[in-house]
Design a protein around this ligand. Sequence first.
Ligand SMILES: [Ca+2]
Ligand SMILES: [Ca+2]
Length: 333
Amino acid sequence: MKTKLIMTLAAGFVLAAGAQAQSIIDSFETWQYAKVGYCPCASNCVSTSAPEALGGERDLGVGRLAGCAMDSLFGDVCLTFPNTASLSCGPGVLGCMHISYDGFDNSIAINPTGLGGVDLTEGGACNAFVLLTTSDLGANVDVTVYQDATHYSFAEIAIAADPTFTFAETVLPFAQFVPIGPEGGADFTQVGALDFVLCNGPAGADIGMGVIRTAHDGSPRSRGFWTNHEALWPTDSLVLGAWTYGKAELLTLLKTPVRGDASMSLAQQLIAAKLNLAAGAAPEPIADAIAEADALLAQCTGPLPYKVTARSALSAPMLDTATTLEVWNTSAE
Ligand SMILES: [Ca+2]
Ligand SMILES: [Ca+2]
């Protein structure tokens, strides 16, 4: 049973501060309670209008798999902890909790097109769920994303046992989902329903899930992405070679045709690479190529473009380094 209230639930919002895109699936503000009381009662479900939840309604279902004790199994939102969905299993009781977002259907049954085609990627800005979970004895969270009745995808995360019941964030990239629908997986830009199942803990396990949101996992994004998503830029200036450029100048460089100028090919990939690092990408695979790119551009005077044609000795190393940067910038696509 829960013995400790750990107020770390706001951490999810703090981590998402800045220019990074995110979208809240549910911040669990609207109270909800589903108890499975006297045996042999096996399940209980409630659907509640919740303005903070995707689709405006949260369907909460609690099921008993094994064990039988009076009033010893319930699921709630905002009762055990604020801004949290909680499943509480009494001694010897094995239970699961469904939390579904499928629009207004007043039913724990999934309406696979109830959300009407939501773009979970926010136009390419988000590529992962961020889940805030804990369990005293360990558990799993199973996530199913529906496009329609025949296209859906599945992923599972494990929640490690933690007797202190401290909430921890897990990033679940969309790329980790596997197709399980009879006609294939879900298109995450056309989502009709979301289903989260908190389950598979040992008997007596308590499981908590705080705010569910989408965000970006920090993997690299391409020159084209950054050119077309200036609102997501994590910085307003960059140093290329020995020269500092403001955001408007950088956007002009990105949009200017290269026309055989190796310095422009290199600069465009270097801008994307440096934006990726500023947005949280791990620097280890690309740090040497970025240093090389800066060293090459620093051999030229003043601001870009440098009109480095094929006759220049700088052309070949600039194009080689541009290719290295481009491979990394597009490695997650
Ligand atoms: Ca619903
Ligand atoms: Ca439903």
